[in-house]
Structures are given as C-alpha cells and as structure tokens.
Design a protein around this ligand. Structure first.
Ligand code: HAM
Length: 436
C-alpha cells in the first residue's frame, strides 16, 4: 500500500511541539483581553466573492493562491486571511448598531496555495485583531505598541516596525497614474507578471520580489508626494503617538503590502531576520476604511493586523516545560490497580496531572514511563502498602522515597507539584505585567 502523506505545505503539529503553540496563543489571548478585545470565530469557508471584492481581484492571493471549489452551484473558498470574514460577520450581524466601537481578535488556520518554504506554508495559523469604528491614528499606535509588548513577551529578537501611508482612494488613483507613467517606458524590463500588473494593479509591482521589477521601481515616485492634507495629518498624528509611546519605527515609502483593501496607514513588523530570512515579516496590518461599506454595511472605518504563528514560533526564543504529567501512580498487581485508579482520581480533583499505569508492568518499566512523561512523583501502590493503608512516595527530583498514609501522600504531591506548575503557567502574564 502506498503511504498517504499530508498535503504539501500543510503541517502536523505533534504533542511535543504543542506547548510552545499554547504559550503563544495564551499570551496573545491575554494581551488582547487586557486591551478590551473580544474573541470572534468565523467560518473557514466563505463565499469566494468575499475575497474577490475585499482582498482584490488582481492580487496574488486572489489570482493564484486561493483554494476555491464549487459546491451545489456556489463558489466557496478556504479563507486565505481573516479580515474579510470578520468584516462580513460585522456587517451581517449589524454589530455597528449595537456598539459604536468594536474590538475583535481571532486565531485560526488560513489557506494560501503559495510555494512552501521556511515560514511560508499552505495552511498556516494567524493571530489577528480588527478594530471597527475608530478612524483615528490613536488606536493604530496603541495596536502597534501592544504588538511590540506581545513580541517582547515571546522573546523575539531584532524586532523592527515599518510604517507607511497609502492615503485614501483619490490619493491612490493619482499615485497609480504617476506610477504607470514612470513604468510604461520600462515595460520590457519588467517581469512577465509585472507587465500584466502594469495594466491591472501597478502598485503590486512595488511589492514584487523579482529583481527586474525592483530595479525598475527604484526611481519611481513615492506615495508621500501624493497624500492629501487629511492623509498627511493622519500620518503625522500617528507618528506623534508612536513617538510619545517611545516606539522606534521606520517610514518605508515603498511599503504597499499584498492586499488591496488598505487605506492610509500600513505597517509591518519584522524580527529574527537571521532565522527567517526574506520571510521575516511577523505581523502585517493597516487601515481599511471602505471595506465595511463595500460589503453592504454603513461607512465604518477599520484597522487591524495579523501575525503568523509558525513564524512567531521560529523567531521566538522561549522554552516551555515539557512534562506531560506531574505524578505517575504505579500499582503493582490488580488489587493495587483498583486502589491506584481511585488515588489518581483524588489527585486530579486537586489539579494534579497524573496517569495510572494499569498494564501490569514491573516497577522498573513504570519508573521508565514516569521518566519519559516528566513526572516528578511516583506513587507506588503494592499489596503490602494497601494492607497498611499507605503508599510509597518516590520524588524523582529530590531523589527521595518515603512511605506515608494515602491522604498525606495526596497533600505531599499537591504541595510539590501544583506550586511548580503554577509558576510555569503564570509566566506569560507576569512578563506582560512587568513590561507594561
Ligand atoms: P498578511 O500580510 O497577508 O496580512 O498576513 C499577515 C501575517 O500572516 C504575515 O506577516 C505572516 O506572518 C503570516 N503569513 C502570511 N502568509 C503566510 C504563509 N503562507 N505562511 C505562513 N505565514 C503566513 C493579512 O492577512 C491581513 N488580513 C492582516 C490585516 C488584518 N490587515 C488588517 N487587518
């Protein structure tokens, strides 16, 4: 039989790796909750026109990277990103009528048929957030600042923020025209894709990784010269907020990003360049003031970001405790197994993670298992112990062993294990509080 393998670019996350995922997800959930954001969950499948209308018909994502299929005559797409679904849900549930400002966060898998490489996958996980109903740059600065603290909590080195303004719709039209005028004489030197983009979506050329396009774009006009007074005031105000918060950032006039829905502020955060190389963008985001109205809702401004969990995992330098259980109950014999099951139940009620090995194995083999699972304590229950109402408590960390009544043993395990595991669990929040 041929062995079946996972789809290319889609990865299994095995239990040995999940501790680091949990740490990132928990730190994010806590960070967002401290800033008044609430979690939203939207479907993985959405109607294809949702992404065509928002992300943009001529973007790489919509042109070549979506997993799209027909089902009962309807075109459906596995979501390539989370913003469009969040905005659709916001409009569909009339959220604006109930609250003047909405702050949502989300976490989950996204799907893009990109060429897989380190930090770039076809199913990947994003942590994201969207603010609806706040048009000012204050919330943009707050979100960038929040992200820096989040990345700091994950011990990510070399973090850098770049920002730019794309202006509003009218600004972009004027800029597009200027870009076309600059690039048209250079048409033959552009990549095949960009020759087409010059007609369909010239701004995308600035985002191209192809050297020919990058050379042609070198002398191109930059968008800052085209911003109107409102755009300019917005951007200046964002910079003032960031300066006041002590945030270091760079203005990158050629930053355009790969989605068409952005208006005014754009930003990216990179980090751990030596580990991620060209794909070192950890977070991308920006303002998209016309999406809600474009989806049939009222004119509500919006701003948000998303970060790729796999990239955060590669970039981050924290470790998590790898022990699976705190205690192993090791019965020796079938009567002992019955007592052991009851003892384990009592321990779990007290929050102790434990396993009972009821396979009838030797003590030696059970001790090996305790070691493999990272247990600190082994409770040995033998016939002699049962007759005397005691258990043998073997502390693998302290290299000690003593006999004691069962009730006392439960207390000893709680004292030694719960204190230790609470320390591990509270680390992200403690870090956050210290850095705030
Ligand atoms: P994006 O820049 O397309 O923006 O993706 C955001 C982040 O998702 C990237 O910086 C990267 O960390 C991660 N990412 C993207 N594609 C992949 C991939 N193929 N493999 C692994 N990680 C990936 C958005 O998705 C927007 N929805 C962000 C946003 C929210 N803008 C406003 N609100």
């Amino acid at each position: 039989m041929t062995q079946l393998r996972a789809v290319k670019g889609m990865n299994d996350v095995l239990p040995d790796q999940i501790g680091r995922w949990h740490r990132i997800e928990r730190t994010f959930a806590r960070t967002m909750s401290l800033h008044g954001f609430r979690e939203v969950r939207t479907p993985f499948l959405e109607p294809t026109p949702l992404f065509v209308r928002t992300v943009g018909e001529t973007t790489d994502i919509v042109e070549k990277e979506m997993y799209t299929f027909e089902h009962h005559g309807e075109s459906l797409t596995l979501r390539p990103e989370g913003t469009a679904g969040a905005a659709r849900a916001y409009v569909e549930h009339n959220v604006h009528a109930a609250e003047p400002m909405t702050r949502w966060w989300y976490a989950g898998p996204m799907f893009r048929a990109e060429r897989p490489q380190r930090g770039r996958y076809r199913q990947f996980y994003q942590l994201g957030a969207e603010v609806f109903g706040d048009e000012g740059p204050g919330c943009e600065a707050e979100v960038i600042d929040l992200l820096l603290r989040f990345l700091q909590d994950l011990s990510i080195p070399g973090v850098r923020v770049v920002i730019n303004s794309l202006g509003g719709g009218a600004t972009r039209l004027r800029y597009r025209q200027a870009l076309v005028e600059h690039l048209t004489p250079l048409l033959d030197s552009l990549s095949h894709d960009s020759q087409r983009r010059l007609r369909t979506n010239p701004l995308r050329i600035l985002d191209s990784k192809d050297e020919r396009d990058q050379t042609a774009a070198l002398g191109a006009p930059t968008i800052d010269a085209f911003l109107d007074d409102g755009d300019r005031a917005h951007f200046e105000s964002l910079r003032k907020y960031l300066d006041a918060l002590g945030t270091t950032y760079t203005v990158e006039k050629r930053l355009v990003r790969g989605l068409d829905y952005y208006t005014r502020t754009l930003f990216e955060i990179t980090g751990a360049q030596e580990k991620l190389g060209a794909g070192s963008t950890l977070v991308g985001g920006g303002r998209y003031d016309s999406m809600v109205a474009d989806l049939g809702g009222p004119q509500v401004p919006a701003f948000g970001f998303a970060a790729g969990i796999e990239r955060l995992l590669i970039a981050s330098e924290f470790e998590v405790a790898s022990n699976v259980i705190d205690a192993l109950v090791a019965p020796l014999g079938s009567e002992a197994a019955t007592v052991g099951l009851g003892l384990a139940r009592d321990l779990r009620r007290e929050g102790i993670r434990c396993e009972v090995d009821t396979r009838g194995k030797s003590l030696r083999s059970q001790l090996r298992r305790a070691d493999a699972l990272g247990a600190r304590i082994v409770l040995i229950v033998g016939d002699k112990e049962i007759a005397e109402g005691v258990v043998q408590v073997k502390d693998l960390d302290a290299h000690s062993e003593e006999r004691m009544p069962i009730t006392q043993a439960v207390r000893v395990v709680i004292d030694r294990c719960v204190a230790a595991s609470r320390n591990v669990d509270s680390r992200p929040s403690a870090d956050f509080a210290r850095n705030s």
